[in-house]
Design a protein around this ligand. Sequence first.
Ligand SMILES: *Cc1c(COP(=O)(O)O)cnc(C)c1O
Length: 389
Amino acid sequence: MTYYSGRHFLQLPGPTNTPARVLRAMSKATIDHRGPAFAELTHRLLDGARRLFRTEHDVFIHPASGSGAWEAAIVNTLSKGDRVVSFEQGFFAQSWAKVAGRFGIEVMQVDWNPRIGVTPDAVLEQLDSDSSIKAILVVHNETSTGVTTDIESIGRAMRASGHEAMLFVDAVSSLAVTDLQHDAWGIDVTVTGSQKGMMLPPGLSLLAASPRAMQAHATATLPRSYWDWDDQKAFNERGFFPYTPATNLLFGMEEALAMLDEEGMENVFARHDLFGRATRAAVRAWGLDMVALNEREASRAATAVLVPDGHDADAVRRVILDRFDMSLGTGLGPFKGKAFRIGHLGDLNALQLVGTLAGVEMGLRLSGVPCETDGVVAAMEILMEGATV
Ligand SMILES: *Cc1c(COP(=O)(O)O)cnc(C)c1O
């Protein structure tokens, strides 16, 4: 028997569930993107983006997915032959490095255990070995593994080292999920996408750029057109874009920013922290392992669950989709077939999380994966601590 009534559970680590308020905001009629109402909207959104990134400097909004922001970060600040460092944190870190490589950037790939976060010492070791490094590329929350890297410590170590390298951070699945402070942490370029913590459909990429990144931009020579920050800034200052922007997504963004403001960012972060802990309590109670080795580094956005040898993680996902109409994330890269990922970010409350975990528990049992049956109970114990959600 399959039950298809009610809401589909989109428990991927992105795209996430879009709140009804955001969908309604986006269903307004499209307006003139060169008119006065639009200019006011643009200014409000750029201010909102600055608050999200915790920056007082330049922010950019492009119609694109997160990968577009990766490209924008590179073509705006680097030149052919420049050297950057990337750690083998997982699928997304390596995909960003690949984009850089395609533009003729020399990427120094550092062998890294994807089950742990990048350490400041590892970054310093690279910087010590080469004074010509232009940028360090780090993923804040590697969505393929559910491992978070301590960006604040890396930023501090880089500044203390006196090395000139810029710090580029992929915050696609961490912004509006966990604390990130572009200015205070010394980040030069932060990139994100709309479809994860921001609760929007896919289609917007956002970036924050430090004054140092803007200086690098002034002399960087990679070819760029659509992503060019000079064009973008010149138009943005007047409230417009150099091209037709994704107007209705921008309506949605304004509503999502209002929702985040109403909840309060501290509460948003605390909610995601609680949901991450509840999910991991469930996984431990099932007797299964996670890709993330250390609780301290475990993601507030997503949990990658390993299935025992001889079992197929994608078969578990298929059963859950067929029987309970819930989508989970597939294993990526080396974790294909070995792990599935539970997204617990974005527009989600405690009861939706309990439903999600119940679906996973039933799916594991129906697929014949050996597991204990008290995962949901363990999660509920954690959720009862969180009085505000
Ligand atoms: C989702 C994601 C991206 C970007 O993916 P798009 O599909 O291009 O939006 C990049 N990095 C991380 C860490 C992600 O989670």
